[in-house]
Write a protein that binds this ligand. Structure first.
Ligand SMILES: [Zn+2]
Length: 445
């Protein structure tokens, strides 16, 4: 691709909304400069593409299953259903699911994704990079920017060995996991620890050090933490500490770290996370879907705690809805409005803040429309139902409170158009393949 100019009537930059700007995109799909526009509009309002900071893409195939009531249990029985699906997904199925879900993610406003990948081994237990490679290939074919986070998973729970449902996730020997990372090094993966349930806390720092020797010191590091109240109880029983507290005691958290969920973190724990320069990844739709609880953000967000969003279980993929439920969750919890707003409104402040946090979580130059960043955009046009009659300066307000992915006119990644009015290249073929795959996997469930 040669250098190109994309002209927008409005551009959401780190300095706010700018009028009549041309974005000059270089051969690598990065923004070279932002200049005065010269007609021939490519779109009306361009926003930075939203990074998706937490995804388990294969769980897309669980959407619509697991809604029946079985006694008092909820999360843990859902997890058993997820394990049953996970046991059957081979590399071909992984590709089919991921290709379709990543297409949806693009249409939903997510232009990059951190894939928290723990379905490592083949269904028969044979180790190898094939499952990870299926994810990488699907992301490449869809055209979404991928940060693969291979997950270290070593045991079944606090002091408990893994059960049969977890066999495909396991690397009991760190050397075996490091071997996988060596193979994947060319695609610049980051690292995830599944949780303190699945990795003993005393093993986190030495494992991180060994991984950094292979992948470099700048990699993003993610961990699930304090998602469920029972996880906090089990951690307290095993160690006398709460999960975030335990992590903070054992590892020097810094800006490379992202703590996923932190739903049951305490005020002092979150203050320490913020002070360390680490961030929280909240997954509002999944946390509601799984009945986790509401992120206790009141004392973390106001002083500027960094935050990103993730589509996590992918039952519904929509960046706009995630943002709405991020804001609304805090409203419901605090019984107050305007949680992410500044003096001018909600939409711009929320979109910019979460996109910036997401970029840091992925460790990629995305989430901001400025020279040196990737040319990844979500484009809005005035004919969307939710925007009718409003001036472009109000569009993001209306989108966040009333819109959805259906109101996105176009999506651009690296300067290349990827989505037009909800349609992405290869959609019908990918949908057919996904349909056949899900029918095979869960059709009789
Ligand atoms: Zn997760």
């Amino acid at each position: 691709m040669s250098e190109r100019r994309l002209n927008f009537r409005y551009l959401l930059t780190p300095d706010g909304l700018q009028r009549d700007r041309a974005v000059v995109v270089d051969e690598a799909g990065m923004i070279r400069s932002i200049e005065a526009a010269k007609g021939n509009w490519d779109g009306t309002l361009a926003l930075p593409g939203m990074p998706n900071a937490h995804s388990h893409v294969f769980q897309r195939a669980l959407s619509g299953l697991g809604e029946a009531r079985h006694g008092e249990d909820s999360f843990w029985s859902w997890r058993e259903a997820m394990y049953r699906l996970a046991a059957r997904v081979d590399a071909e199925a992984m590709y089919a699911i991921a290709r379709f879900a990543y297409g949806e993610m693009l249409a939903a406003g997510f232009t990059s994704v951190a894939e928290f990948h723990y379905l490592h081994h083949a269904p028969d237990g044979a180790p190898g990079p094939e499952m990870a490679e299926a994810v990488v290939e699907a992301a490449r074919d869809a055209g979404i920017r991928l940060r693969l986070l291979p997950v270290l998973y070593q045991r079944g729970g606090f002091g408990r060995p893994a059960g049969p449902g977890q066999a495909r996730f396991l690397h009991e020997q760190l050397e075996d996991f490091l071997g996988l990372l060596e193979t994947l090094k060319p695609i610049r993966p980051g690292l995830a620890f599944h949780s303190l349930r699945a990795v003993a806390v005393q093993d986190v720092a030495p494992s991180l050090s060994a991984v950094r020797d292979i992948l470099g010191g700048g990699i993003p590091v993610h961990i699930h933490i304090a998602e469920q109240a029972r996880e906090v109880e089990d951690c307290l029983a095993a160690s006398g500490r709460r999960p975030v507290e335990l992590l903070l005691d054992s590892v020097a958290l810094d800006a490379h770290w992202s703590l996923v969920h932190a739903t049951h973190a305490g005020r002092e724990e979150l203050e320490a996370v913020r002070a360390a320069g680490a961030r929280v990844v909240v997954c509002p739709l999944t946390e509601a879907y799984l009945g986790d609880g509401l992120f206790p953000g009141r004392d973390y967000l106001a002083p500027g705690g960094e935050i990103a969003i993730g589509s996590d279980a992918n039952a519904r993929i929509d960046a706009v809805e995630e943002l709405r439920w991020l804001e609304y969750g805090q409203r419901l919890r605090d019984r107050a409005r305007a949680r992410f707003s500044d003096a001018r409104g909600l939409g711009e402040a929320l979109w910019r803040r979460v996109a910036t946090g997401g970029a840091a979580a992925l460790g990629l130059p995305v989430g901001r429309i400025e020279p040196g960043a990737a040319a990844d955009f979500v484009v809005l046009e005035g004919e969307a139902d939710v925007l009718i009659g409003l001036s472009p300066g109000r569009w993001l307000e209306a989108l966040v409170v009333g819109g959805s992915r259906a109101d996105i006119a176009a999506v651009v990644v690296g300067g290349e158009p990827r989505v037009e009015k909800g349609n992405w290249a290869g959609k019908s073929e990918s949908a057919a393949r996904y349909h056949a795959c899900v029918k095979e996997l869960v059709g009789k469930a």
